[in-house]
Design a protein around this ligand. Structure first.
Ligand code: UDP
Length: 244
């Protein structure tokens, strides 16, 4: 696989063409941003961990019938993916209140929601990813009603697959963000699935194992990502205290 022309750079990833027009190369960076890009840092090895973690999630989801853009891991930081026409809508799935929903609706963080909540945001940094609804999506022609029905069905199915998978590893899936795109007439799950885009809490202690450690200056960010990887790879529960 030949690494081709640099296409664009996001906050946490770089994207390149390859010699196959249907395939792109994503490289995960160590950069972390939060608070609308105001807070920035470089977290050594974060990109390597997120490349690895995203691949594990995408492969697990594919095995469970979800169609994703993931093709294969090709290097420490790189994965090959199907080229998507990205739908500029971020899909947020929430099981437990945290972050922006807790602030917006005054729901104490940690409250289990009676029903899974789906939210949509316009993917636009300049506008700070404003929340939108179906009317906006159709008025702005971001996606069709058929596409949104498919996206919602898949987002909820991803949640139904991820919850027990993570629970088995001692991790509570609080919420996460998904992005979708079009590829050869199909809607595929794109972007990444990692502690940058999900909230993971240790099922016993409630300890945060995700990007909130960075957002909230809790320290131990990369260590927490590494702990998630350890659990996913080992297929085991939380580390016993005193055991390295
Ligand atoms: N999220 C994300 N990218 C965004 C906004 C949110 O990956 O641009 C994820 C975030 O990590 C969390 C979920 O979506 O798992 C819900 O985030 P929330 O709306 O609470 O925003 P936050 O308070 O984290 O900015």
């Amino acid at each position: 696989m030949v690494k081709g022309e640099f296409l664009y750079e996001g906050k946490a990833k770089k994207v390149f063409r390859t010699d196959d027009p249907d395939l792109l190369l994503i490289e995960f960076k160590d950069d972390a941003t939060a608070l609308d890009g105001v807070k920035k840092d470089r977290l050594p090895d974060k990109g390597i961990l997120n490349n690895h973690l995203s691949a594990i999630f995408f492969e697990m989801l594919e095995k469970n019938g979800i169609e994703t853009h993931f093709e294969k891991t090709i290097s420490e930081r790189g994965m090959l993916v199907n080229a998507l026409e990205i739908i500029p809508v971020e899909v947020i799935v929430r099981n437990i209140a945290a972050g922006s929903i807790s602030k917006r609706l005054a729901i104490p963080e940690g409250t289990t929601l009676k029903k899974t909540v789906l939210e949509f945001s316009l993917k636009n940094d300049e506008l700070h990813d404003p929340m939108i609804n179906h009317y906006h999506i159709y008025a702005l022609d971001l996606a069709s009603a058929e596409e949104m029905a498919e996206i919602e069905k898949v987002a909820l199915k991803v949640n139904d697959i991820m919850i027990p998978y993570l629970k088995d590893k001692g991790i509570t899936l609080v919420d996460f963000k998904l992005e979708f795109g079009r590829h050869k007439g199909k809607i595929l799950l794109g972007d990444e699935i990692s502690p940058d885009t999900c909230r993971f809490w240790d099922s016993n202690s409630g300890e945060k194992l995700d990007k909130d450690r960075f957002r909230r200056d809790l320290g131990g960010v990369v260590e927490a990502y590494r702990e998630v990887l350890r659990r996913l790879e080992g297929g085991e529960g939380p580390a016993v205290e005193g055991k390295s």
